[in-house]
Design a protein around this ligand. Structure first.
Ligand SMILES: CC(C)(COP(=O)(O)OP(=O)(O)OC[C@H]1O[C@@H](n2cnc3c(N)ncnc32)[C@H](O)[C@@H]1OP(=O)(O)O)[C@@H](O)C(=O)NCCC(=O)NCCS
Length: 106
């Protein structure tokens, strides 16, 4: 499956990046076709809240469209409130929440 990284520059300095690839399916998406998936998304703290993250998501969406996708998906940690707010501001919908378990084997 293809995967690309887009880098955002401000004054010729790297300010952030987004890693977007194709997944065969993603929770909440149409399982009959591959979906774009945001594997990583980061903006340096001094450049946050200035539209850099929005521009990176826009680039990821354009790339996913160019791959024939009609949907793009992402995920984040349950305690990462800023990321959740940013996803929602960019029109991502919550489709699932999970509990992860572990058990030591003796
Ligand atoms: C999530 C992240 C990439 C957003 O980047 P950013 O450059 O700050 O985002 P933007 O400035 O383009 O904001 C995009 C939208 O999200 C909203 N937003 C961003 N951060 C927010 C916050 N902390 N609280 C509320 N809304 C927020 C903005 O208001 C904006 O919406 P608007 O245009 O309607 O006002 C950045 O906060 C980050 O790198 N966080 C640390 C790493 C991380 O959590 N990555 C995501 C893991 S999946």
């Amino acid at each position: 499956m293809p995967l690309v990284v887009f880098v955002a520059e401000v004054n010729r300095q790297v300010a952030g990046f987004i890693e977007v690839g194709l997944r065969s399916h993603a929770d909440g998406c149409d399982r009959r076709q591959p979906v774009g998936f945001v594997e990583g998304w980061y903006v340096e703290p001094e450049h946050q809240r200035r539209g850099v993250g929005r521009a990176l998501i826009g680039a990821a969406e354009d790339w996913a469209r160019s791959q024939g996708c009609t949907e793009i998906a992402s995920d984040t940690w349950i305690d990462n409130e800023p990321s959740q707010r940013a996803h929602e501001a960019l029109s991502f919908e919550v489709v699932d929440r999970r509990v992860h378990y572990r058990k030591a084997l003796r």
